[in-house]
Design a protein around this ligand. Structure first.
Ligand SMILES: CC(C)(COP(=O)(O)OP(=O)(O)OC[C@H]1O[C@@H](n2cnc3c(N)ncnc32)[C@H](O)[C@@H]1OP(=O)(O)O)[C@@H](O)C(=O)NCCC(=O)NCCS
Length: 162
C-alpha cells in the first residue's frame, strides 16, 4: 500500500467534495442538524470554489491545499491560509473509514513542514467544542486552546523558526 501526500490539482476537486461530504456527515451528525451540514457543503464546497483554492495553492498564493492518497485514492485533505508569518488551518478532513490510521498526522506534518519553510511562526484554528476527536488530535500535536468563539474553541501552535 503506498501513501503519498501532495498538492491537490484541479482534477481532484470532485473527490475533495466527496471526502468532505462523507467526513462532515460523519463528524457533525449530532453536533449540527442535517440542513445546516447540507447548506455548509453547498456553500463552501462548490467545485468552482475548490478549484479556485487549488489554483491558489499551486501558484503559492498564500494557500496550501494538500491531499493524502492511498494507492491513488484521495482519503483526506488539509487546507491552510498563510500570510505575514501566520497561518490559519482552515480544513482537515478524512474519509470516516480512514480515520485513526495516521493519515491526519501525515497531512498535518507535511503542512507544518511547508509552513515552517515559509517562515510561519504561528498556526491558528477553530474547532467545534463538541468535536472531541479533533481536539485531542490537535492537542497531541501541540496546539493549545486559547479561547472560546461561539460553538468553537480557538487553538494555536507556535513554531520555532530562525
Ligand atoms: C481529526 C482527524 C483529522 C485526525 O486524523 P486521524 O488520521 O484520525 O489521526 P491519526 O491517526 O493521524 O492520529 C495521529 C495522532 O493523534 C492521536 N489521536 C488521533 N485521534 C485521537 C483521539 N481521538 N484522542 C487522542 N489522540 C488521538 C493518535 O493517537 C496519533 O498519535 P501518535 O502520533 O502519537 O500515534 C480525523 O480523525 C478526521 O478527519 N476527523 C473528522 C474531521 C474533523 O473533525 N476535522 C477537524 C475539523 S476542525
Amino acid at each position: 500500500m503506498s501513501t503519498v501526500v501532495k498538492k491537490l490539482v484541479e482534477e481532484d476537486a470532485e473527490v475533495v467534495r466527496e471526502v468532505a461530504t462523507a467526513s462532515w456527515n460523519f463528524t457533525y451528525k449530532g453536533i449540527y442538524d442535517y440542513e445546516y451540514i447540507e447548506q455548509w457543503l453547498r456553500d463552501h464546497y462548490s467545485i468552482g470554489g475548490i478549484k479556485k483554492d487549488i489554483r491558489r495553492s499551486l501558484n503559492d498564493e498564500g494557500l496550501l491545499f494538500l491531499g493524502v492518497f492511498v494507492d491513488s485514492l484521495c482519503v483526506g485533505f488539509i487546507e491552510c491560509k498563510f500570510s505575514h508569518g501566520e497561518a490559519d488551518l482552515l480544513r482537515l478532513y478524512l474519509r470516516p473509514d480512514k480515520m485513526g490510521q495516521g493519515y491526519g498526522k501525515a497531512l498535518l506534518l507535511d503542512a507544518e513542514n511547508f509552513l515552517v519553510k515559509h517562515s510561519i511562526k504561528k498556526c491558528i484554528l477553530e474547532v467545534n467544542r463538541k468535536n472531541t476527536r479533533a481536539i485531542s488530535f490537535y492537542k497531541n500535536f501541540g496546539f493549545r486552546i486559547t479561547g472560546i468563539n461561539g460553538d468553537d474553541y480557538s487553538m494555536v501552535k507556535e513554531y520555532q523558526t530562525c
